[in-house]
Design a protein around this ligand. Structure first.
Ligand code: GLP
Length: 241
């Protein structure tokens, strides 16, 4: 793992944006795996600015999002569809036909998941996968468990994740109990991985991710096995390293 420790969230966002932008400059039709959560918001805003200034062109870029809540419609303000359009897609020249986000309201979810995997394969696989991390070690919505799934699948969220994500909803009861997520294999097959973490509440999980046991009880620990995984951490998230 390559680890960059930066001063604060502002620097984290700037560094992450420059890594994503350089990927797109190197390969104008790059396939990007994208993440939601509050951590990458600053990166998206900097990428949008670089796009406005003509420094990076997303017109040929293909995107695949990691996950979505099951049951939420794409226009629900807490859906990841809404998040991605609000924070990124509405502000850059990415082509709508190149945007892929798991559908939380798919009629046949198992079939949808298979098709999602096929689309990633047909696009040539993911060049650069951006990840956040849950305080319990989840990546995407691959939650700690006795086993992990390889491919895109539906999953029950843990109480910890429901609680953590309830800050975006009016009450914890409103948080969907299930989600659809790329699997560990979908993520680990990416050519490059870029994980972002900010704040002191992420320090313990970052320590485990970097130097703890590789275990299904901490899905992010599998990133130790990836051959090109970069972590960008602010000082608080890196405090226990
Ligand atoms: C959600 C998402 C994850 C994200 C995590 C951390 O559960 N499914 O992809 O990494 O939240 O979010 P935050 O960046 O807000 O801490």
């Amino acid at each position: 793992m390559k680890i960059y420790i930066v001063e604060d969230y502002q620097q984290l966002s700037a560094k992450a944006a420059s890594i994503v932008a350089s990927q797109v400059i190197l390969k104008n039709n790059a396939v990007l795996g994208l993440a939601t959560g509050s951590t990458p918001e600053g990166m998206y805003s900097q990428l949008a600015q670089m796009n406005r200034e003509g420094k990076v062109d997303f017109s040929e870029v293909v995107t695949f999002n990691l996950d979505e809540y099951l049951g939420l419609s794409p226009d629900h303000p807490q859906s990841y569809h809404y998040f991605m359009h609000h924070h990124f897609f509405n502000h850059v020249n990415v082509s709508p036909r190149n945007i892929h986000i798991p559908l939380g309201q798919a009629k046949n979810i198992a079939e949808f998941c298979l098709e999602y995997e096929q689309k990633i394969t047909e696009a040539g696989g993911i060049d650069l996968q951006v990840l956040g991390i849950g305080a319990n070690g989840h990546i995407g919505f691959n939650e700690p468990h006795t086993y992990l799934k390889l491919q895109t699948h539906a999953i029950d969220l843990t109480e910890e994740t429901i609680e953590a994500n309830s800050r975006f909803f009016f009450s914890p009861e409103e948080v969907p109990r299930q989600a659809v997520t790329m699997g560990m294999g979908s993520i680990m097959k990416a050519q490059r991985i870029l994980l972002l973490a900010s704040g002191k509440n992420k320090a313990p999980v970052i320590k485990e991710t970097v130097s703890g046991k590789i275990t299904t009880e901490l899905p992010a620990s599998f990133l130790q096995l990836h051959r090109d995984c970069t972590l960008i951490l602010d000082k608080e998230a890196a405090a226990l390293l």
